[in-house]
Design a protein around this ligand. Structure first.
Ligand SMILES: Nc1nc2c(ncn2[C@@H]2O[C@H](COP(=O)(O)OP(=O)(O)OP(=O)(O)O)[C@@H](O)[C@H]2O)c(=O)[nH]1
Ligand SMILES: [K+]
Ligand SMILES: [Mg+2]
Length: 492
């Protein structure tokens, strides 16, 4: 009987009523057939520049630009004289690499020219390539698009590649590399297989339900698999915002009473004079946002107006903006002047902002808070310092820098919680698109459980599986492809 079920599983995977799991289907390559070329390294003067081609005329282009004219051994760097095929004028002595398809980045015949990076050399070689019949300049992302169309990368891997090219911090690079390695795609394919099996069980029941030969518990088996999948999807969706924060930056907001030293801290963390610092309370009015790399994590750091009441209309507007920004924070850096803890503004801040964030964090809210007591250098001379009922805090002096290492260490731990730690744990969902499809899958599984009719239950499983397939690019529409490939530059 079980062998029968596996046959059904195979049918379920390819049958006419079902969504198909073909790899990267339906993605016509714009103008494929043409051979494309582009500068793949950065623009501007550099030591070595890499120019690539992809397409059937690559080998021909390599032969007519180089001397000797024979193709070099595949995937080995060879030194060749490059010259313009029309005038015969020498252009450069360069390393060339020949990657016959399908063992290449795009799956097509590819050539790489590693030339000297002067702008005149690069433009000379690009002009020479442009003169070869059948060759044209590549569009943005076209190399990667061809790799996708030839099944070299799935959609989540393409996204990982785009993120890797744009990664600015260490944590972003680690995350992008994991996605490029296909971890998320792997996970989704495993889930899709689970659903294919569950579907086979349900269909076996539909077809042979009355049959005595059908093994007992076939439907129960499908239900167990669906329940386990629901748990796994739920866990990933709970973490969904973390991966997106890692990709586009976590919102860290510095807040506190006037003159606590908020702007001093923002300047210290961003290592540039973002905000005006002065002994005058109420200096900062507008929200000042600056992108920074904090302990390897991408952060959008906001300086805000000191929180106080009973001031003029302009400062009042600043306080309103500060509160508004505070609501959007993933992590609050709450700052007080350690030598002024008994003042009404400090007490009020502790009783409102700090206490309410503390209550929230106990109810596992997503907003986190670090309490920083600044101006520790003044403690011995001017104030008694924090008492025993002060909530957990860090001591810092923005003037001497004392306590900064401890603060950075604490920030690293908080940000790992806010963004997810890309070196460990399950693969993160870095895009709204990932979240959308996993949620769609979970919703469909909900319909499966509710449907009394077995045909509807089977349909719900097919819908659920369709979401997982689309996440990795099976049946991907042109529109989604366009959005993803827009992130790429020419030459990638
Ligand atoms: N002694 C000492 N002074 C500090 C420290 N940090 C900041 N200050 C001083 O405190 C004053 C206020 O600093 P700011 O950074 O402008 O404070 P702020 O919280 O941004 O103030 P507002 O924008 O007005 O709310 C300035 O004179 C700073 O030089 C510190 O660690 N020790
Ligand atoms: K100030
Ligand atoms: Mg300020």
């Amino acid at each position: 009987m079980w062998r029968g079920l596996w046959t059904l599983a195979a049918q379920a995977a390819r049958g006419p009523r079902r969504l198909c799991t073909r790899r990267n289907s339906g993605a016509p390559v714009p103008g494929s057939g043409a051979t494309i070329f582009a500068l793949s390294s950065g623009q501007g003067r550099c030591g070595v520049a890499v120019i690539r081609t992809s397409g059937p005329a690559s080998g021909h282009a390599l032969r007519i630009l180089t001397a000797p004219r024979d193709l070099p051994p595949a995937r080995h760097a060879s030194l060749r004289l490059l010259s313009d095929p029309r005038s015969g004028e020498p252009l450069d002595r360069a390393l060339v690499l020949w990657f016959p398809g399908p063992k290449s980045f795009t799956g097509e015949d590819c050539v790489e020219f590693h030339v000297h990076g002067g702008p005149a050399v690069v433009s000379g070689v690009l002009r020479a390539l442009g003169s070869v019949p059948g060759l044209r300049p590549a569009e943005a992302g076209e190399f990667t698009r061809r790799a996708f169309a030839h099944g070299k990368l799935n959609l989540t891997e393409v996204e990982g590649l785009a993120d890797l090219i744009h990664a600015e911090t260490e944590a972003q690079r680690r995350q992008a590399l994991r996605q490029l390695d296909g971890e998320l795609g792997h996970l989704c394919r495993g889930w899709a297989e689970t659903l294919t099996k569950a579907l086979a069980h349900v269909e076996a029941y539909i077809d042979f339900g009355e049959d005595d030969n059908l093994e007992e518990g076939v439907l129960e088996q499908a239900n167990i698999e669906v329940r386990a999948l629901e748990v796994a999807l739920g866990a990933h969706l709970r973490d969904a915002r973390r991966g997106q924060r890692l990709r586009s930056g976590a919102h860290v907001v510095v807040t506190g009473p006037p003159n606590a030293g908020k702007s001093s801290l923002v300047n210290l963390l961003s290592r540039k004079p973002v905000s005006i610092v002065s002994p005058e309370p109420g200096t900062t009015r507008d929200v000042l946002e600056t992108p920074v790399d904090l302990a390897g994590f991408p952060v959008l750091l906001s300086d805000t107006a000191g929180l106080r009441e009973g001031v003029g209309p302009v400062e009042q507007e600043g306080v309103r903006r500060a509160r508004e920004r505070l609501e959007q924070a993933d992590l609050i850096l709450a700052m007080l002047d350690a030598s002024d803890l008994a003042s009404p503004s400090s007490c009020n801040f502790l009783a409102t902002v700090v206490a309410s964030a503390g209550a929230q964090s106990r109810s596992s809210s997503s907003q986190r808070l670090l309490l920083v007591l600044n101006k520790s250098d003044l403690l011995s001379t001017e104030g008694p310092g924090p008492g025993p009922d002060m909530p957990p805090h860090l001591l810092l002096s923005c003037v001497t820098g004392e306590g900064l290492d401890g603060l950075l260490e604490a920030l690293k731990m908080e940000l790992a919680a806010v963004c997810g730690d890309p070196s460990t744990g399950p693969p993160l969902l870095t895009r709204a698109r990932h979240q959308h499809h996993l949620q769609g899958c979970l919703d469909a599984l909900g319909h499966y459980k509710q449907s009394k009719d077995l045909a509807l239950a089977a349909e719900a499983l097919r819908v659920a599986r369709g979401h997982l397939t689309r996440l990795t690019g099976g049946g991907g529409t042109e529109e989604i492809l366009d959005i993803i490939f827009r992130d790429f530059c020419v030459g990638k």
